[in-house]
Design a protein around this ligand. Sequence first.
Ligand SMILES: Cc1ncc(COP(=O)(O)O)c(C=O)c1O
Length: 499
Amino acid sequence: MTTARPTVCPARLVPAPLGRTGTPNSAAVATTAAASLPSRGNTTPIGSIAYMLASRENRCRVYGSNRTPPLTARRSAAASSLASRAESESGMLIPPPWKRSAYRSHNRTMNHRSGRHFLQIPGPTNVPDRVLRAMAAPTIDHRGPEFARLAREVLGGVRALAGTVRPVAVFPSSGTGAWEAALVNTLSPGDKILAFETGHFAVLWAAMAAQLGLDVDLVPGDWRSGAGPERVFEKLSADAAHAIKAVTVVHNETSTGTVSRIPEIRGAMDAAAHPALLIVDAISSLGSVDYRHDEWGVDVTVWCSQKGMMLPPGLGLNAVSAKALSASRDARLPRSYWAWRPLLGAADTGLFPYTPPTNLLYGLRESLAMFGEEGLPAVFARHERHAEATRRAVRAWGLDIVCRNPAEFSSTLTAVQLPGGHDADLVREIVLDRFNASLGAGLGRLAGRVFRIGHLGDLGDLELAGTLCGVEMGLALAGVPAEQAGVRAALDYLQSASR
Ligand SMILES: Cc1ncc(COP(=O)(O)O)c(C=O)c1O
């Protein structure tokens, strides 16, 4: 097969090797791109894509640093052989935290930790007890009338969270599935898309697009800022032929705690009078911050259940504009499981095209009731308050917030950068081991240098305060030079904000 095909590496104009059918061969794409990249230290956008592609097998290990194995398991032969096998396979992996860390000062064997675990990663978040109880109901016939009523109720209710009046497609999937659904329903092989390297998730999504055979223009970023509306304007204004079919943006970059300003990006697209679709990942913002799919002119909003929606993982969602739905009629990327139409139809019929995650939908009904009781404006204000309290703590510790621009601060998580020479995974390890709280790991190029405090979902002031206490003590125990003043600053703020 010699047909010329668009490259997945537009920035470098490296032709993507083709599979036998003429579609880009993802394994070969990975190899080509990765061959020129000595390590994950390559921080060009294309380097980032190649890293993600080449290490796809090992993505679980990048995430895996969120889930530090128990101390007893850490030194097990199985764990180290898995780690070294994966390392030798990719040659560009991050050493696992339990290998890097020098923290060995206590050898307690703890089979029981009293008190509740604090799950303060930026998703999955704490699932409220009443949601868990709601999900513990018997599974019913998904083709029967009771299920149809449930499905119609929750598929109707979920629209308000996204700020849309149109049907939403709900897949039994993680967020990654919802990403794929957004792309395969709207685009055709070789279509050009404009993406922004705001952090780890933006790069992963771009890598997925490249694997699907799209021509990705990934605008470089410093992982400390959101997508710049001015860059959107420049790129689209320069595209007189309208080759760019979609702009993809991660609204709240979960790896950095940085927000991209979607209304301004929409404004830039309109100012350039460009017809590209606007596809937004609102995975770690939706349900926690004010998000308006219809009003902001977003064409596809992607999100999932395990963050602001206070549910376990398992639901991937797409809100879809009329323009996106019409694009889906001509889009030629292969799709079957991810096809929108039968799922959008479920809003009326209450029938899914395949077995739905019945018990998660019970949970969704309960979480929607909770949103109704608290009221969305109060939910958003609570997230802003907790974010501000956390940032005050970080500043009082004398540490850096990864996000540079206050206008782009995330309300759902704060990524904290440690001074050079200090290991963020050691802090996380101590906080988990001593204080039974999980913090988010630094992802991708931020691994080991950054930890993330999730403050989204079902969270009260005292839970946030407890989390910050754990961090403050963990910093001290890890020997990080930080003022012991963060908790005080956060408490002062929370107290004044509750007057
Ligand atoms: C912004 C963002 N996008 C995409 C994903 C991927 O979602 P999932 O892990 O559910 O597939 C995540 C996961 O944390 C995320 O935070």
